[in-house]
Design a protein around this ligand. Structure first.
Ligand code: FUB
Length: 346
């Protein structure tokens, strides 16, 4: 829900209609990537702050500086524990600013935090930091991952132990500037420049398998194709269905579910495929728009049930860059379709 349409919202009434409440209220958190590690739920969110940067369509107002890891014993908990600062931008040699949506993965008892940040050249890259504990603190690698670009990494571990990173985001996430594998710095700087035409196939999120040590891409990232019901790639002008940012992958009944945000139309959607690389067929909406411009999520199973972790800006009364993470149950129908969630009761 964009800021101009929230001017008349009664937030007290809205919060009473909300299907779930913020998991922490002492800090603002967003983009929750949830995993079950060591029998508990660990949430890797962005840590939203008001750094005073003006709102623009490149997301300059998202000026986050560090990460806090949250944990819960169960999704039924009404509050999450804040495990303190897990990584700060000042400790990452290659990163200057904008610590955006992170994710984490585990391998052989080590934990890996993946995060996008802008380097001193103004280009988003993806970094890795390592810890022996899922709560951190995490020690960053000295350089960003080789050949990484754009934002919103999400790491999926398949049943055979292979790990894949899904990533990318348009507008401020710069994906549209990487069409030929190199950063296109050409003017104009507008977020709407360098995008495909509305009649052309939409810009695709990326996937790459990770190396055995979890620190690099094992292959050149390739496109994730999302098709319509006729097998045709979604078009850039299909604003209610095409990819914008916030990749996530979960596996249900042997099928691969790629989910994402449509950005400026504010939906969370999913598409289903037969393998980690796709193609994926558009399946529908997971979440209707929340209060706040962005919508970003993760999907995680715990004790046989599935949960959607998401955020909204209800606690900050609609401030776009001051969000709060929440959780609600997610249901797959017998045919594999995900039931659409409405974040506020009518
Ligand atoms: O939190 C900053 C950015 O906003 C994320 O990287 C996007 O997915 C959007 O939620």
């Amino acid at each position: 829900m964009p800021e101009d349409s929230i001017a008349h919202i009664n937030f007290d009434a809205l919060n009473e209609r909300a299907i779930s409440q913020p998991l922490v209220k002492h800090i603002y958190t967003a983009d929750p990537s949830a995993h079950v590690f060591e029998g508990k739920i660990y949430i890797y969110p962005s840590h939203d702050i008001d750094a005073g940067d003006a709102f623009d369509d490149l997301g300059s107002h998202f000026a986050m500086e560090d990460y806090h890891v949250l944990s819960m014993n169960s999704p039924a908990d009404t509050e999450a524990t804040d495990n303190g600062i897990a990584l700060h931008v000042n400790d990452v040699p290659w990163a200057e600013k904008q610590m955006w949506a992170p994710d984490a993965a585990e391998k052989n008892g080590q934990y890996y935090l993946y995060f996008p940040a802008k380097g001193y050249d103004g280009i988003f890259r993806i970094g890795v930091a390592v810890s022996k504990s899922p709560a951190g603190p995490f020690i960053p690698q000295p350089e960003a991952m080789k050949d990484s670009f754009s934002i919103d990494p999400a790491v999926f571990k398949d049943e055979d132990g292979s790990c894949y990173m899904y990533f990318g985001g348009i507008w401020g996430g710069q994906l549209q500037r990487w069409k030929n594998g190199v950063f296109n710095a050409d003017e104009p700087q507008s977020p709407f420049a360098h995008l495909p035409l509305d009649s052309e196939p939409a810009l695709c999120p990326k996937v790459a398998k990770l190396t055995g040590d979890m620190l690099e891409f094992a292959e050149t990232p390739t496109d994730i194709i999302i098709t319509d019901e006729n097998g045709q790639p979604l078009l850039q002008g299909d604003n209610d269905r095409r990819f914008f940012e916030a990749s996530w992958m979960h596996k249900y009944n042997g099928k691969y579910y790629f989910s994402y945000s449509t950005g400026d139309t504010h939906y969370l959607c999913y598409a289903i495929g037969d393998n980690p690389y796709g193609p994926f067929t558009y399946g529908g909406r997971i979440l209707e728009p929340v209060v706040g411009w962005t919508s970003h999520h993760s999907i995680c199973a715990f004790n046989g049930k599935w949960y959607l972790f998401y955020h909204d800006s209800s606690l900050s009364k609609g401030v776009t860059h001051l969000r709060s993470v929440k959780v609600t149950e997610l249901v797959h129908d017998d045919n594999g379709a995900i039931q659409t969630i409405t974040p506020y009761r009518q």
